[in-house]
Design a protein around this ligand. Structure first.
Ligand SMILES: Cc1cc2nc3c(=O)[nH]c(=O)nc-3n(C[C@H](O)[C@H](O)[C@H](O)COP(=O)(O)O)c2cc1C
Length: 393
């Protein structure tokens, strides 16, 4: 398919959006000793970003980590890295990860508003709430319990939106438990109106409350059909209670392995898992107990993840975007039918696979969408739903 034809397919307002994880930390997106042709430097990332925008990816998502965990021994900072990618691209939007605690909303609102101006309105933010106590301790940040971390994130997001949209004459005033503002007037304001999109990462009940009540996007970890369905229904119901049911959009993480045959793709998955970095994963498994598992209903990210699931640190194998290009495209339209608005991808070999996905899978999804697929959930479940009921590895 020519790039012009691809551009046309990628302009339908009803289309599913695609994002990819930016490898701004070393070690790639899997905690495995398998060789990966994925590099964390800015130079390589500019190449991945330019490829992604050429093929119709809408967003790139950077990661924030202050110290090493699960093998990522080097980590570039997320906001500055996002800005660097934006200055080397033309259309791609970049979602910068921000961690309340190290950041306060005044700094974040100011930084992101400026970047939105430099990039003609292409910055977005992912508010993450922290799961890694060792990281907080290492940088002298207080470690709040789970509910308090999310209450702080809730205020943080309200402050961001408030600062960005406050009336010119009055500015922004807020008296919370974590943050306070008095007639604060931000100038320049962001270019995007009403403001840059606010994503939030986290899947526990506390996270679902924030997703429904404050964020623009609810970001899900990898999951299976029933897991996605339950979360989307729950967040929609909570959003409806506060009149935001039409406002909240849904994004899911999925690790993509597309090969010529399904057997080949599954073999790659098995090799990634077979060569898992056992020590790093065991340390990670111990740390993630501070996430959803630590709450009273014990639900949330990683709460039911097996060792093999954790080899992709955001449960991306569970989404099963693993097979031939046709199989993966079919599974993606099933996600769309479930109510997903954006698929966040990750790859073993960024050097080739961002382009392969853009060239081989994305147009197939667009063709299925053009045929009206991805709307009737029961039909899509009949087509491909059984794949989520059996375990591949
Ligand atoms: C798509 C996505 C991206 C995330 N990115 C980061 C990140 O860059 N840094 C970070 O510390 N946590 C990140 N998180 C973790 C979340 O903020 C949160 O701590 C984790 O999902 C645990 O959620 P739970 O406690 O609600 O179960 C991300 C989560 C998701 C779903």
């Amino acid at each position: 398919m020519s790039l012009e034809a691809a551009a046309q397919l990628n302009s339908d307002p009803e289309r599913l959006l695609f994002a990819y994880w930016v490898p701004n930390v070393s070690g790639g997106l899997v905690v495995s000793k398998i060789p990966q042709r994925t590099d964390w430097t800015l130079k390589s990332n500019l190449q991945y970003a330019r490829t992604a925008e050429k093929y119709g990816f809408e967003y790139a998502l950077t990661q924030i980590r202050f110290t090493s965990s699960y093998g990522a021994s080097n980590q570039h900072e997320s906001v500055s890295f996002s800005q660097a990618i934006l200055s080397g691209t033309e259309k791609l939007k970049v979602i910068a990860a921000i961690l309340p605690g190290p950041w306060n909303p005044a700094v974040a609102a100011k930084q992101l508003a400026s970047i939105d101006n430099y990039s003609d309105g292409r910055i977005a933010v992912n508010i993450v709430s922290g799961w890694f106590k060792g990281e907080f301790t290492a940088i002298g940040e207080w470690w709040l319990d789970h509910a308090e971390r999310y209450r702080r994130s809730n205020e943080f997001m309200r402050c961001l939106r408030g600062i960005w949209t406050a009336p010119e004459d009055e500015g922004f005033t807020f008296a919370g438990d974590f943050y306070r503002f008095r007639n604060y007037k931000l100038s320049p304001k962001p270019v995007q109106k009403p403001h840059p999109p606010i994503f939030q990462g986290g899947n526990s009940e506390d996270a679902r409350v924030n997703g429904a009540e404050v964020a623009d996007w609810y970001f899900m970890n990898g999951n299976d059909l029933e897991g996605f369905r339950a979360q989307i229904q729950d967040v929609k119901a909570r959003a409806a209670k506060v009149g935001r049911e039409k406002h909240v959009k849904f994004a899911v993480n999925g690790f993509v392995i597309v090969r010529d045959t399904e057997e080949e793709a599954v073999r790659v998955l098995q090799e990634i898992q077979g060569k898992a970095d056992v020590e790093a994963i065991n340390a990670f498994a111990n740390e993630v107990k501070n996430a959803g598992q630590s709450t009273k209903d014990k639900q949330g990210m990683w709460a039911t993840s097996t060792f093999n699931d954790l080899v992709q640190y955001n449960d991306g194998f569970k989404t099963k975007l693993i097979g031939t290009k046709e199989q993966v495209a079919e599974r993606i339209v099933l996600l769309k039918a479930l109510g997903v608005d954006l698929v966040l991808t990750a790859f073993l070999h960024y050097e080739e696979e961002v382009e392969q996905f853009g060239r081989d899978v994305l147009p197939l999804v667009r063709q299925l969408e053009a045929q009206g697929r991805g709307k009737d959930v029961e039909y899509e479940i009949q087509q491909t739903g059984d794949v989520y009921r059996k375990r591949t590895a």
